[in-house]
Design a binder for this molecule. Structure first.
Ligand code: NAP
Ligand code: MN
Length: 265
């Protein structure tokens, strides 16, 4: 499959694993792959590290839809890393196999005011950057839904449901469902403030709009997966499922639910 032969390795520079990475590159060349320095020339982008590195690999290369992202783990196998750096021939065999199956992971699109938009593979989180709570008005499509007061909100994709969302008691969602889950971070609930209290899931046909309520907290922080952004408190945020899907390799006996079982049970 010549169209799958250009491979770009993404890793954090200065890593102590340089020897292993060099060995990996040599094995890839032996298998007939071309190593490309720039991800724009690649058909396969192999991230070397953990899930955090995979998130960075996808973000730094711009959420490309026409490449196959492959996660190579340097420690324990995670959710985005299907291969182990010490057992790499299985990965290269899989890449060369014409029967290779891909899976496509839904992403969410986050629009801040009119001008800038971002994609997330795990989640978008909105948190107070100071000790004071944050107040947010939530709209589902055009319906005013609730006024939230607390530490923040996390809007996760299905694959992100096992990450931050899980720590907030959100549900684990099968990535074959295109949807997003909204979970609260420490909401205040009393006779003045009322929120739903449980996580909820929106379909791909809906949008969530979050408007900052000006109550003196001017320091909200937005997290896009593992990258942070400061925003002004008068801005609005619109979040919906994006049309972009991230392609990864689908392996036998390593489905999403295998990974959930392996990691948590
Ligand atoms: P980190 O703070 O170093 O790591 C958080 C942990 O989450 C790591 O063990 C990471 O795995 C794991 N992880 C990442 N994506 C995952 C996924 N989809 N399912 C299950 N576990 C996942 O930061 P990071 O490594 O750059 O990862 C960023 C992610 O951390 C964020 O997207 C967010 O989901 C999560 N996070 C969680 C909390 C929380 O649970 N309280 C708070 C902040 C952020 P690796 O070790 O393989 O990288
Ligand atoms: Mn990490």
């Amino acid at each position: 499959m010549p169209e799958r032969k250009n491979i770009h390795f993404f890793y954090r520079k200065g890593t102590q694993l340089q020897d292993k990475i060099d060995r990996l590159k040599n094995i890839a060349i032996d298998y007939g792959f071309n190593l490309v320095d720039h991800f724009r020339d690649a058909n396969i982008i192999a991230s070397i590290g953990g899930d955090g590195t995979f998130l960075q690999a996808v973000r730094k290369t711009g959420f490309l839809e026409d490449v196959l992202y492959v996660g190579v783990s340097t420690g324990q196998l995670g959710f985005y890393c299907d291969f182990d750096i010490d057992d790499i021939s299985g990965m290269l065999d899989a890449m060369l196999n014409e029967q290779i199956e891909v899976r496509r992971y839904p992403t969410i699109k986050v629009q801040i005011d009119k001008d800038s938009s971002f994609y997330c593979l795990n989640e978008c989180s909105i948190r107070s950057g100071i000790i004071k709570t944050l107040s947010l008005d939530l709209y589902i499509d055009d319906l005013f839904f609730e006024r939230f007061k607390g530490d923040g909100m996390v809007i996760s994709t299905p694959t992100g449901s096992t990450a931050y969302n899980k720590s907030l008691n959100g549900s684990i969602v099968d990535p074959m469902l295109s949807c997003m889950q909204i979970s609260e971070v420490a909401s205040i609930n009393n006779n003045h403030y009322r929120t739903l209290g449980s996580s909820f899931i929106l379909s791909s046909a809906r949008a969530l709009e979050i408007r900052m309520v000006d109550d003196g907290n001017t320091s909200p922080i937005i997290g896009m997966d593992n990258e942070a952004l400061s925003i002004r408190n008068n801005e609005f945020i619109r979040i919906e499922l994006s049309g972009k899907r991230i392609k990864t390799v689908k392996l036998k006996d390593n489905s999403f639910w295998h990974k959930v079982k392996r990691s948590f049970l």
